[in-house]
Ligand binder design. Sequence first.
Ligand code: HPA
Length: 240
Amino acid sequence: MATPHISAAPGQIAPAVVMPGDPRRAERIAKDYFSNVELVSDVRNIQAWTGTFDGKPITAMASGMGVPSLSIYATELYRFYGVQRICRVGTIGGISRQINIGDVAIGAFAHNNSQVANLWVPGITLSLAASTDMLITAVAKARQLVAGSDQQVLTGALFSSDFFYLDRPDIVERLADLGCLGTEMEAAGLYACALREGREALAVCTVSDHLTLPQPPMSSAERETLFATALEVGLAALLA
Ligand code: HPA
């Protein structure tokens, strides 16, 4: 049975899904990291690739950009395909003055300016948090991967914004004062969907640009190696 946005047959999606924002990155992840890769859905060019990693079944599928897009895919994966774990692997704009371009931010929870935390229980703002089991595995794996390198791993709050062009430096400064690691556009929606469906989720992000510190952009070689850390952390958290 397909869903409105996923054409895979039952059983073609693995219980663990790694979810970048960009469909091309989902394909790259599958082709570079998975064995026995098969294209199982491509509605709207959001392709789902299923294969194995370390001998375990896994699917790579993009979220598109923003909470509404991600929430459609995450809900259909959890609710109709029996997916247990989704790990977003993405990029953030750095906000904390402790985090640098190229570092890894593990999203223990997600502040947001979206309505996702307010819509399901009247009068209550829900806490949107990562799965504890996935978080514990991710932190340990990330520390091991960056040991001895300049790349840092920070665990804490992400800010999921409904506007990429928020143009509110006052808000960014306040969030920096609160130690928020950086901004992206999906983690809060993913954590909300996991909460509602009773499943697990995590977001592991690489800092691609910085909103509060003047920092040079990454070279393309740095981009590849530094993004690989977040991906390997995500795969470990999904399959532990
Ligand atoms: N804003 C939102 N999403 C992002 C950013 C940003 O600055 N950088 C990377 N993803």
